[in-house]
Design a protein around this ligand. Structure first.
Ligand SMILES: NC(=O)c1ccc[n+]([C@@H]2O[C@H](COP(=O)([O-])OP(=O)(O)OC[C@H]3O[C@@H](n4cnc5c(N)ncnc54)[C@H](O)[C@@H]3O)[C@@H](O)[C@H]2O)c1
Ligand SMILES: [Zn+2]
Ligand SMILES: [Zn+2]
Length: 383
C-alpha cells in the first residue's frame, strides 16, 4: 500500500518539470482529496501547447517542481464541500486563468487581463500544492505544484471549482481540451480582442493550434480573405482545411512575405495575427499593415524580448497594435459557446488534432513541436 492510499489521497502519474531546461519526468504523485471549493477531475485529454514548451525550455520564469499542462479536459469524479458547479460525472474543460476578482482589471470586467490570478501561483486557492511526491522517492513528501492550478499533464488533478467549466454533452474530450487553451486564445483573439468585422481581410502568421484557431475565428467572423503564413508546408494545407483562402510559405526574407501578403490583400490585410511568439514575426505583422490596419500579438516571446517599429508611418496611418491574452476569455461563457460551435460544425477543431500520444511521450511531443511538426498533439489518457 502506498502512502497515498494510506492517507486517503490517491496516487497518480504526472509529467513533472523538476528543473527548467531539463526533460520532464513521468513521476508517481500523491493527489489530495478535494476540499471546500475544489473538484477532482479525471483527465481524459491534454493538448501540448507551445506555452508548455516555453516553460520547459526556461523561457519564462516558473516555480519547480511543477506538474505541467494547461490545456485539458476530463470528468469530474469528486467535489469538495460547498461546490455548486460542476457536479460529479460532468465533462469539464479547464481554464488556466481564474480571476482574483479584486484587481483593477477584474473590477473593470477584464478578467482575462487579471495580473493577480491565483492560477499564476500554480497552487490551490489557499496556496497549497495539490501534489506531493509518492514513495518510494528520495524526496517523498515534497510538495509539487500544478501549472496554472490545473496541471493537465497528470492522470487526475484537484483544481479550484471555478476553473472547471462544464461543456455540452457530446463534446469530444480532445476537442474540449483544446477549448481550454488554443481554441479560446485564437478564436477569441479574432472575435473578441480584434472584433474583426465581416468582409475584412485577415492574415495569420504561425499555424499551430493557436494560429489555426485564429483562422477558424476569421471564418466565423466572415472575413473575405484569410491568408495563412508558416515556414512549414504541411501547415499551409492544414490552414486550408479549416478555411484559409490563401497561403504563403515564409522564407528567411520578411520583405518577400510582406510583398506576397500585399499582393493578396489589396495593399495589406486589415488585421494581422502573430501566433508564434517571435520578435521578427511581430515586426513583420506590424510592417505589413495597411493604413488603419491592426496587428494583434497573440504569440508569446521569451521574457524580456523587445520589438521595434517605425513610429511616424504608424501614427500617420492610424495603425494599431493589440495584445491578446487568452482571447479575452470569460471561460464560463466562452467555453460552452465554442463547444457548441464545434458540435454544429462552425469550428472544425477536430481537424487540428493530428497526433494522439501517451503521457510518456511528452518530451517527444516537445521535440516535434520545436521542429514545427504536427498542428496539435494531444495526450489521450484513455490510450
Ligand atoms: N496569448 C495567449 O494567451 C496565448 C495562449 C496560448 C499560447 N500562446 C502562444 O502562442 C504561440 C503559438 O502557440 P502554438 O501552441 O500554436 O505553437 P506551435 O509551435 O504549435 O505553432 C507555431 C507555428 O509557427 C510556425 N513558425 C515558427 N517560426 C516561424 C517563422 N519564423 N515564420 C513562420 N512560421 C513560423 C511553426 O512552424 C508552427 O506551425 C506560442 O508563443 C504560445 O506561447 C499565447
Ligand atoms: Zn496554451
Ligand atoms: Zn484580478
Amino acid at each position: 500500500m502506498t502512502a497515498a492510499e494510506r492517507s486517503g489521497a490517491t496516487s497518480v502519474r504526472g509529467a513533472v518539470l523538476e528543473t527548467v531546461g531539463q526533460p520532464v519526468v513521468i513521476t508517481d504523485l500523491e493527489l489530495i482529496e478535494p476540499r471546500a471549493g475544489e473538484v477532482r477531475v479525471q483527465m481524459l485529454a491534454s493538448g501540448v501547447c507551445h506555452s508548455d514548451l516555453h516553460v520547459r525550455d526556461g523561457e519564462w520564469d516558473r516555480p519547480t517542481p511543477i506538474v505541467m499542462g494547461h490545456e485539458g479536459a476530463g470528468i469530474v469524479e469528486g467535489v469538495g464541500p460547498g461546490v455548486a458547479s460542476p457536479s460529479i460525472g460532468q465533462l469539464v474543460a479547464l481554464s488556466w486563468l481564474i480571476p482574483c476578482g479584486v484587481c483593477r482589471s477584474c473590477r473593470r470586467g477584464h478578467v482575462w487581463a487579471c495580473p493577480d490570478s491565483p492560477s499564476y501561483r500554480h497552487a490551490l486557492l489557499d496556496g497549497t500544492a495539490p501534489y506531493t511526491r509518492d514513495t518510494p522517492h528520495d524526496r517523498a513528501g515534497e510538495p509539487v505544484r500544478a501549472y496554472c492550478a490545473i496541471s493537465t499533464m497528470a492522470e487526475a488533478a484537484v483544481v479550484p471549482a471555478a476553473a472547471a467549466i462544464p461543456l455540452p454533452e457530446g463534446t469530444d474530450p480532445a476537442v474540449a481540451a483544446l477549448i481550454g487553451c488554443c481554441v479560446t486564445t485564437g478564436v477569441g483573439a479574432v472575435l473578441k480582442t480584434a472584433g474583426v468585422p465581416a468582409g475584412a481581410s485577415v492574415a495569420v502568421i504561425g499555424l499551430g493550434g493557436v494560429g489555426l484557431s485564429c483562422v477558424m475565428g476569421a471564418v466565423v467572423a466572415g472575413a473575405s480573405r484569410i491568408v495563412a503564413i508558416d515556414r512549414v508546408d504541411a501547415k499551409l494545407e492544414a490552414a486550408r482545411a479549416v478555411g484559409a483562402t490563401d497561403t504563403i510559405l515564409a522564407g528567411d526574407h520578411a520583405a518577400a512575405t510582406i510583398e506576397a501578403l500585399r499582393d493578396l490583400t489589396d495593399g495589406g490585410p486589415d488585421f494581422v495575427f502573430e501566433a508564434i511568439g517571435r520578435v521578427d514575426t511581430a515586426e513583420l505583422a506590424i510592417g505589413a499593415l495597411p493604413l488603419g490596419g491592426t496587428a494583434v500579438l497573440v504569440g508569446m516571446t521569451p521574457l524580456g524580448a523587445r520589438a521595434t517599429f517605425e513610429v511616424y508611418p504608424f501614427v500617420d496611418g492610424s495603425r494599431r497594435i493589440l495584445g491578446s491574452n487568452y482571447g479575452f476569455a470569460e471561460p464560463a461563457i466562452d467555453f460552452p459557446r465554442y463547444a457548441a460551435w464545434t458540435l454544429d460544425g462552425r469550428l472544425p477543431v477536430e481537424r487540428l488534432i493530428d497526433r494522439r500520444i501517451g503521457l510518456d511521450d511528452v518530451e517527444d511531443a516537445f521535440a516535434a513541436m520545436r521542429r514545427g511538426q504536427y498542428t496539435r498533439q494531444v495526450i489521450d489518457f484513455a490510450r
